[in-house]
Design a protein around this ligand. Structure first.
Ligand code: SAH
Length: 368
């Protein structure tokens, strides 16, 4: 790496540089080792974890049970600043808030916090950009920049939890209940780091945030081997599969990875997941006018899903800038719902929160 010239921005890391190591990258055992490497007593790892995960504190001056010199060493060695807020944009009376983050190397990613009367959901990114190339998704158009580290994923959540606790989202103090990996990126293409993040989110305090596994949704284009691997983790996470077409001919074009793993293979892996986890799989289907919303496709989808542990989540297409596609007509959407219900397949139409702040599906960070 060339030395920065005087005045050059030092936070712009060279391409390929790794995000600095952070407490949230490490398991409890690794945290002990890391603390010892910094010349501190291993029990400080537990204290530090308590501050970060249980108290959501990343400010050394608040760690009064640790001597000042040790605080500084621990903070410098294990809690580097990984990301900074570029801006927040809100809508829905400020109960939906999108945050644009700048990472240590200048990369931009987004997360969205959505407060409902009965729950608070955070939609987070697992990669900067995405390599899956789905033509209707804004993130897919720019390609993959890089995988996020475990701590870069966890920090999006930590920031959301801190904002809720500080009352920054109207409605009084609140707690985060749900996390969806539906921001930028394909989570199963960054498997190890995403699983690390899920462990930190779900491990009971002080080793993690203690969120419920059932409240976490991993959404995938259908990377079959990784879906099977996820099933074998034997966790009760919710799996969402972005199907978007019941037939290979159309799905090959809407979700290009379908040329590698076909609809039947993706669904077999989904049923395996449902069996191992005991949870219904959510089938995501963006309704695109005159592309995938025909009645015969609803019938075919109903036949494929009927009798299985599945639930269909229809998403009105959120048109991306310059796209030739748009959302289905209301009557076609109604007919689609009706035909699935006629086969006993549970179906809901997803709300499109955040549309006016480009915070709805597939639009994240496209505008920068
Ligand atoms: N890569 C993962 C997760 C990120 S996308 C996946 O594909 O599942 C989250 C969801 O938003 C996916 O179901 C995706 O297909 C959908 N989506 C992307 N762009 C969209 C758009 N323009 N309108 C509606 N849904 C979209």
């Amino acid at each position: 790496m060339p030395k920065p010239l005087p005045g050059e921005l030092t936070f712009v890391a060279p391409r390929g540089a790794k995000p600095p190591r952070h407490l949230a990258d490490l398991s409890a055992a690794e945290r002990k080792e890391a603390v010892a490497e910094l010349g501190e007593k291993p029990f400080r790892a537990k204290q530090l974890s308590h501050h970060y995960f249980a108290r959501l504190s990343d400010r050394p001056e608040e760690w009064t049970d640790i001597p000042a010199a040790a605080r500084d060493r621990l903070s410098a060695g294990l809690l580097p600043e990984l990301m900074s807020v570029v801006r927040h944009v809100s809508c829905d009376d400020d109960t939906t808030r999108k945050t644009l983050w700048k990472l240590f190397d200048g990369t931009l990613v987004e997360s969205v916090l959505m407060r409902y009367p009965d729950r608070v959901t955070m939609c987070i990114s697992s990669q900067a950009g995405c390599g899956m190339n789905c033509p209707f998704c804004a993130t897919g158009q720019a390609g993959l920049t890089r995988n996020l580290s475990t701590a870069e994923i966890v920090e999006q959540i930590a920031a959301g939890m801190r904002a809720l606790r500080a009352g920054e989202i109207p409605g009084g103090e609140a707690r985060l209940s749900n996390v969806v990996f539906m921001g930028m990126g394909e989570p199963l293409a960054n498997y190890k780091r995403v699983m690390g993040a899920i462990r930190r989110l779900t491990d009971p305090a002080p080793d993690g945030f203690g969120l419920s596994q059932r409240g976490i949704t991993v959404s995938t284009v259908g990377l079959v081997p990784a879906m099977r691997r996820l099933a074998e983790e034997d966790m009760s996470l919710r799996l969402a599969v972005s199907l978007h077409a019941p037939d290979d001919e159309l799905r090959d074009t809407l979700v290009p990875v379908n040329t590698r793993w076909k609809v039947s293979e993706v669904l077999d892996a989904a049923w395996y997941y449902a069996e191992r986890s005991g949870r219904r799989v959510s089938i995501e289907y963006a309704l695109i006018k005159d592309v995938n919303d025909q009645a015969w496709r609803a019938d075919l989808l109903g036949r494929l899903l009927s009798g299985h542990r599945a639930h269909v989540n229809l998403i009105p297409l959120n048109p991306t800038p310059g796209s030739k596609w748009t959302a289905s007509r209301p009557e076609d959407e109604r007919e689609f719902v009706h035909r699935l219900e006629a086969r006993g397949v549970p179906v809901t139409v997803r709300d499109t929160r955040g549309q006016e702040i480009d915070g709805a599906c597939g639009q994240l960070a496209a505008a920068g």
